[in-house]
Write a protein that binds this ligand. Structure first.
Ligand code: ADP
Length: 276
């Protein structure tokens, strides 16, 4: 009897040591017939899975950051080297271009800090009911001048509903989507924010008549630091953070965000939020 209890406990002890050292378990622990021990086994397996996921996320972020830092650093280095060696005269334009790359790096690091902070405190949602249409109209008003300057129409179509969610974070999601819609829609285009609801969910669509996103890129745009080829080639200043933030916020609300898009025609970002 005591052997039956002590053997699995010894194994558990060994495995928790591995976890404490930061290693994910190579194989999951087998389930035990003793209820209390089995509960412990399940928790440890779950912990191991989470640790693995965290490690994976960390590795991916590190390689994404390295990739993003390399391009501006290479440019700055080449510019400075050429000026230092006297190959290029030192001109205001060349100094300005170095300055702009440094500025881009600073913003990138600020954004990475922001998303790391957001993801580590994402559970702290301030859930309260608020009037969704009023919030959307207030955001539309903030964007009005920028949209008008580009001759793009911006419309909100929404029923009068109250949504239980973190208002500040939801405002950030919609702001990010409308900033993108503005950026990726050519002049004379149209952007519509449309809200519908059913018994279980509230659905918010942000639709634009912009450049669109290729099928093979659609699944990646919600990843940190991802920008489509089209965006890299034509639009400066983006850093591929806004949609990653939006997805983290929507997931924290147990909702979902996805995109439907066709190149050259436009994009529809669809947020589904469960009613609480
Ligand atoms: P950023 O806009 O700063 O580059 P985001 O995370 O907000 O970062 O967007 C990631 C990428 O997704 C953009 O660089 C762009 O390639 C693509 N994208 C986002 N919104 C749209 C849109 N409305 N139309 C076309 N492409 C878009």
């Amino acid at each position: 009897m005591s052997k039956r209890l002590s053997e699995p406990l010894e194994k558990l002890n060994e495995k928790t040591k591995e976890l404490a050292e930061g290693h994910q378990l190579e194989t999951m622990l087998p389930e035990s017939s003793t209820i209390e021990i089995n509960e412990l086994v399940l928790s440890i397996n779950e912990l191991s899975k989470r640790l693995g996921k965290q490690n994976e996320l960390r590795n991916r972020l590190t390689s994404d950051i390295a990739h993003e830092l390399r391009t501006p650093l290479t440019t700055i280095k080449a510019h400075i080297e050429a000026m230092y060696d006297g190959i290029w005269p030192i001109t205001k334009e060349r100094l300005k271009s170095c300055y702009e790359e440094v500025d881009r790096l600073t913003r990138l690091i600020g954004n990475i800090e922001k998303i790391t902070e957001l993801e580590s405190h994402i559970e702290n949602l301030n859930l309260r009911p608020f009037h969704l249409k009023n919030m959307l109209c207030a955001i539309r008003d903030n964007f009005e001048a920028q949209y008008e300057a580009k001759k793009i129409s911006l419309e909100v179509i929404s029923p009068e509903i109250s949504l239980v969610a973190d208002e500040d974070k939801m405002r950030q999601v919609i702001t990010n989507l409308l900033a993108n819609a503005l950026k990726f829609t050519p002049p004379s285009g149209k952007v519509i924010v449309q809200v519908t609801e059913n018994d279980l969910e509230v659905i918010i669509k942000v639709m634009d008549t912009g450049v669109g996103i290729a099928k093979e890129e659609q699944e990646h745009i919600f990843n940190r630091l991802y920008r489509t080829d089209l965006s890299r080639a034509t639009i400066s200043g983006g850093q591929g953070i806004g949609l990653a933030i939006a997805r983290a916020i929507i997931r924290a609300h147990k909702g979902n965000i996805r995109v439907e898009s066709e190149l050259g025609k436009g994009s529809i970002f669809i947020i589904t939020l469960p009613k609480i």
